[in-house]
Design a binder for this molecule. Structure first.
Ligand code: ADP
Ligand code: MG
Length: 693
């Protein structure tokens, strides 16, 4: 092999994450091919992948109907046509008339007799492999031959250097599993016919070993992250007399009592905040479950202890809504103390912004609410004790990190203290995923909705019945109710989105004379959006046409009908969150999922999504189904969660091994730290650095 080719292969391997011998050893085949036999052409059946040898009878380039290389080969009396739509001139030589060749491919029958499209062509007569041929996951730049050779070499090297040795003490070996070395041997070199199919033999002791170690490494790395966090220091947020107990004061003036679930999570959070280690807690609660007031309670704890609190939301509308709620609740308590709630956003006027920045730096703003603007470098807190992130999954790891570092402007000892971190999400993480990918987080769940909510009736209606839907809108508006109409994202194109929403707005305005129809889309300025939202809140708009910018969190209890157009194009959790905009009061509400099947009908996954919406309103059930439909990789991207995806284990199917790994990790870490370290290195290698963000 020439040097440049070798480097090219090295680079391609690197891109697949195959840098070390052990990485190559753990790169197991997708499937195997049987090249150990030649089948006489006469015995070959249509549809089979076969290997046979035959003599070239003719070979020419056919210009029409599509330029192709066509050869005919014969084995005795039986003939077979070979077709190549992409070919090099050199292939004419390999397929010269009279030559015997070895061919491999899938045989197709039909009028023209047996045909092979793009078969593999080799010279006939060479030795046949004695074992099954593995096919490895690869890329276009890395042909099977090259990756096969690299894996073989890597496997040998890893064995010799001892990187595949048993790391686990006997008592902690995963149940029903082979040692790693044997497992990898069996997977890379199955004896003839002994294929360990990933799907069909998923419980084979060889596969089980890979899954168990992979899960264990993941649990260890999160255990490590948790321990590292415990070495960090945070302010213990306890009442600091003479400051008043703002939490009690807030509860006393709320127009409602907290649900039992809210009380429970408030307590869980309060006990974390009182500790001198940074909290790292995820607050989960379905849309409308009342997370905001829980966040407010946490904020009061920080403020009563003499520390500032920051709350960040992913969009201006959401941040604005929080600001309004929190100001309403807290301003009366803060004003007498000379303290205030600050507001930070990208669209702010310079003067207003500067006033806010000063107030934050001087510590007059005890609570800061805003968008991403909160984490910009000019924002300096005097004493940040608690950071709250709403819709945390919409922020990246780096953004979460930068909130944690916001305290560094503080002076003296405080500068070393990290703020506590409370993340909130209405997108529930299914239990198994929480156990695997979020093991380093503490999770609080609000599993109860405030009383007085009426379940939303969900209806599937074909777009052909649009007129009926519009009639229904008219009826609701006549009763003094309000209506959301959500337009879909069109192939991720904002411009088309806009056109579509604008047209819908126009059509609805014409179809509903005398009804005030508003329009909200992503191209409006923050001020324009705000004006539209306020008009809808004040009920001077009866119908709101919107792209998906109506965010989680918008609260208009008088809205009782939601129409989602092209519902088949939305993701399940998105549909669920949109539906959460209605049913916010005691009025009966309806969500109409209007579908308009593309040619060929709705896809299976679209059907499954729509069915799930009709079947249930339970956010956790929805999340579980979403996991089923989309798989974990889609549900939480690696970059976003900061935890690598699992390659072998499936957290649902392999729940027993996940439980085993969870139970095993802490003890292994404590009693066999070298083994734990080596196991993480084996499985996570260079990756483990960015895991702990
Ligand atoms: P989410 O969890 O989706 O962020 P919110 O915090 O926006 O939910 O709360 C939804 C609505 O429920 C708000 O109007 C809020 O004031 C109200 N709410 C919250 N908790 C209660 C409660 N315990 N009783 C009655 N209403 C409540
Ligand atoms: Mg919310």
């Amino acid at each position: 092999m020439t040097a440049p080719a070798a480097t090219r292969i090295q680079k391609a391997l690197q891109r697949l994450g195959l840098a070390r011998p052990v990485d190559l050893a753990l790169h197991v085949p997708l499937r195997w091919e049987d090249e150990t036999r030649l089948t006489p052409l006469a015995q070959v059946h249509d549809g089979e992948v076969v290997q046979f040898e035959a003599e070239v009878v003719s070979c020419q380039i056919q210009p029409r109907p599509r330029r192709q290389l066509v050869a005919v080969v014969a084995d005795g009396d039986v003939r077979c046509t070979l077709r190549f739509f992409h070919f090099y001139p050199s292939m004419m030589g390999a397929l010269a008339v009279g030559r015997r060749v070895r061919l491999r491919g899938e045989v197709q029958g039909g009028f023209g007799g047996k045909t092979l499209i793009h078969p593999r062509v080799q010279a006939a007569g060479g030795p046949l492999p004695t074992a099954l041929t593995p096919v490895y996951p690869s890329t276009a730049e890395l042909p099977q031959n090259a990756i096969r050779r690299a894996v073989q070499a890597g496997l040998k090297q890893a064995e010799h250097s001892g990187s595949l040795r048993e790391l686990l003490p006997e008592s902690l070996v995963p149940p029903h599993s082979w040692p790693l070395r044997e497992a990898l041997q069996a997977l890379h070199h199955p004896g003839s016919g002994q294929i360990l199919d990933r799907e069909e033999q998923t419980d084979h002791p060889a596969w089980r070993r890979l899954k168990a170690e992979e899960l264990l490494a993941q649990q260890l790395s999160q255990h490590q992250a948790r321990l590292q966090r415990q070495t960090l220091r945070a302010p213990a947020l306890r009442p600091e007399p003479p400051l008043p107990d703002l939490g009690q004061a807030l509860l006393a003036q709320l127009p409602f009592a907290l649900t039992r679930a809210q009380q429970r999570v408030v307590k869980e959070i309060a006990s974390d905040l009182a500790k001198p280690q940074p909290m790292h807690r995820l607050l989960q609660g379905d849309v409308g479950s009342g997370k905001t007031v829980v966040a407010a309670m946490a904020a009061t704890q920080a403020m009563s202890a003499g520390w500032q609190c920051a709350l960040m939301a992913p969009t201006e509308i959401l941040a604005e809504q929080h600001f309004r709620n929190l100001t309403q609740w807290l301003e009366p308590l803060l004003a007498p103390l000379g303290a205030e709630v600050a507001w930070l956003t990208g669209g702010q006027k310079k003067r207003e912004r500067e006033a806010m920045l000063t107030s934050i730096a001087q510590g007059r703003a005890w609570l800061v609410v805003g968008t991403h603007a909160v984490i910009q470098s000019q924002v300096q807190f005097k004493r940040l004790g608690l950071a709250i992130i709403d819709e945390q999954h919409r922020f990246g790891v780096a953004q979460r990190l930068s909130l944690r570092q916001k305290n560094q402007s503080a002076t003296g000892e405080d500068a070393w203290l990290e703020p506590h971190l409370l993340m909130m999400s209405a997108t529930p993480i299914p239990r198994t995923l929480a156990m695997s990918h979020y093991a380093d987080l503490d999770v609080s769940v609000i599993d109860e909705l405030p009383p007085g909510r009426t379940p939303v009736l969900t209806k599937l209606i074909s777009a052909q019945r649009r007129d009926e839907v519009i009639e229904r809108i008219r009826a609701q508006v006549d009763e003094g109710r309000q209506v959301y109409w959500v337009c879909p994202l069109i192939e991720e194109s904002e411009a088309l989105d806009l056109v579509n929403a604008t047209q819908t707005h126009q059509a609805l305005s014409e179809a509903l004379p005398g009804v005030a129809v508003g329009l909200l889309h992503s191209r409006l300025t923050p001020a324009e959006k705000k004006a539209v939202m306020e008009a809808f809140k004040a009920a001077s708009l009866a119908v709101l046409v919107s792209t998906t910018v109506i965010e989680v969190g918008v609260d208009v209890p008088n809205a009782t009908l939601m129409v989602i157009e092209h519902a088949e194009r939305f993701g399940l959790s998105q549909l669920h969150q949109l539906r959460g905009r209605v049913g916010r009061g005691s009025l009966a509400s309806v969500c109409v999922l209007m579908y308009d099947p593309p040619q060929g009908g709705l896809s299976d996954s679209a059907k499954a999504r729509l069915r799930a919406m009709v079947d249930t309103q339970d956010g956790f059930e929805i999340a579980q189904r979403d996991l089923h439909i989309r798989g974990p990789g889609e549900l939480l991207g690696e970059r976003q969660s900061g935890v690598p995806m699992l390659r072998f284990a499936d957290v649902e199917r392999d729940e027993d091994m996940l439980a085993w790994a969870r139970a095993t990790a802490p003890g292994l870490w404590r009693d066999h730290p070298d083994a734990a370290e080596a196991l993480m290195d084996r499985w996570l290698g260079a990756k483990s650095d960015f895991l702990h963000a």
